[in-house]
Design a protein around this ligand. Structure first.
Ligand SMILES: C[S@@+](CC[C@H](N)C(=O)[O-])C[C@H]1O[C@@H](n2cnc3c(N)ncnc32)[C@H](O)[C@@H]1O
Length: 399
């Protein structure tokens, strides 16, 4: 049985590597070799398979040893495989499909190799990974660079234990750290590269301090409006980093300490009451800006402390809310029967005004795609900008 599984897995890995080459994510022979050698099935012994139903997304448990054929096939698909929901549920805890919020996964292999290719490594490169997850991406790096050159940090002790066991089964022994990856891993620093498989609102100072000048940081920048952009930053002698955003619709779960604060029922009641009394005006930019990948990223640059929530009012229409818990500001967008939206705002920050200003600047510059955005940070002052008519149009995201 084990021999059958191994033989089938070898063939599936070869097919996966071909697929990743065809998609353009994989192009160097060294990373191809790693994809062909690392047994992803050992890192995902049980997963949640996504199914979309009329009631929304449901997660169906697939346990490898109960359903070998389906499990192996899933393990070598170019798909993200969710392994934990709501910070604690794993597939073996459940028997029926259920709803939940993914909190750990084995990232889409195409995305992992895309990022690894952009890390531009050579045989001597040392790498810090943030978000060990299942350990699969860690294993690819161990195969390519050697165990001693790889350090990986995972915040969730149960997830970290699973990864350590899987890495051991596959014959790898990198430096594994349990903790908040936003602090980096100073004991094994400095690194030539940092690769984050969770997203962040701000590049932490620790990553800059722990990366050698000339080193590279690959991280998906995000915020609470769910705009995402994968950035490649180069660290300079002065300890700051500057870089650009790559094309593609890439998203990652946010680093746990940077998740949006929850909004209490009391806060909701007060906020909706204040919004009901607020002066209405027609929206210039509607909540459908979310349908535009770069548009929502720009909206988020305009209101970086705001989170987005949609709620149905009774049996009626969905209303969109922007809420900034820190400044106690909010905006609502209510659809009008004849099209368009009405905006109401409360609190010191006029959140939707800020979104409209930001989107207006971007549109005036010709609505450039995300790969024309640049980023610079010293760990405190973080700036994103585009060039319009030879002049920078910048957003300040200072922590
Ligand atoms: C998408 S998964 C990682 C996928 C992994 N690279 C793989 O291939 O299996 C993201 C992981 O980041 C972890 N994570 C979230 N916030 C973190 C933090 N602040 N520090 C370290 N890990 C974090 C989550 O627990 C989760 O396991």
């Amino acid at each position: 049985m084990t021999n059958d599984i191994n033989a089938r897995a070898v063939s599936l890995r070869h097919t996966l590597a071909d697929e990743l080459e065809r998609s353009g994510d994989l192009y160097s022979p060294q990373w191809r070799r790693a994809v062909e050698r690392v047994p992803r099935h050992l890192f995902v012994p049980q997963v949640f398979q996504r199914t979309d139903t009329d009631q929304g997304t449901r997660w169906k448990p697939v346990i490898g040893e109960h359903d070998v054929g389906r499990w192996l096939d899933l393990a070598y698909r170019n798909e993200t495989l969710v392994t934990q929901l709501d910070g604690h549920l794993v597939p073996q805890d459940v028997t029926e499909p259920l709803s939940g919020n993914p909190t750990s996964s084995s990232t889409l292999p195409g995305l992992v190799v895309h990022m690894l290719e952009h890390l531009a490594v050579d045989d001597s490169t040392t790498v810090l990974e943030i978000g060990t997850g299942t350990g699969y991406s860690t294993a690819l790096m161990c195969d390519r660079l050697g165990d001693d050159h790889v350090t990986s940090v995972e915040v969730d002790p149960d997830v970290a234990a699973g990864a350590a066991a899987a890495l051991g089964r596959a014959g790898f022994s990198p430096n594994l750290v349990i903790g908040d990856g936003l602090d980096g891993a100073p004991d094994h620093a400095p690194y030539d590269g940092v690769i984050a498989t969770c997203s962040v609102r701000h590049v932490p100072r620790a990553w800059l301090d722990q990366t050698r000048p000339g080193g590279r940081i690959l991280v998906t920048m995000t915020g609470w409006l769910h705009g995402y952009g994968l950035a490649v930053l180069n660290v300079s002698e002065d300890g700051a980093a500057e870089g650009r955003f790559l094309s593609g619709t890439i998203s990652f779960m946010i680093a746990r300490p940077q998740a949006a604060p929850s909004i209490s029922d009391e806060h909701w009641t007060e906020m909706t009451k204040a919004l009901a009394d607020a002066e209405p005006r027609p929206a210039v930019v509607g909540p459908d800006i979310r349908d535009d990948w770069t548009g929502v990223f720009v909206a988020q640059l305009g209101a970086p402390g705001a989170q987005w929530q949609s709620r149905r009012i009774g049996d009626g229409a969905w209303v969109d809310y922007l809420i900034d818990a820190e400044t106690d500001s909010a905006a609502s967008l209510t659809p009008e029967p004849d099209g368009g939206w009405t905006v109401r705002q409360t609190g010191p920050a006029h959140l939707w005004d800020d979104v409209e200003t930001s989107v207006g600047l971007w549109r005036a510059a010709g609505s450039p795609p995300q790969e024309q955005f640049r980023i610079r940070t010293d760990g405190h002052t973080q700036t994103v900008w585009i060039m319009a008519n030879g002049e920078p149009v910048a957003w300040d995201l200072t922590v």
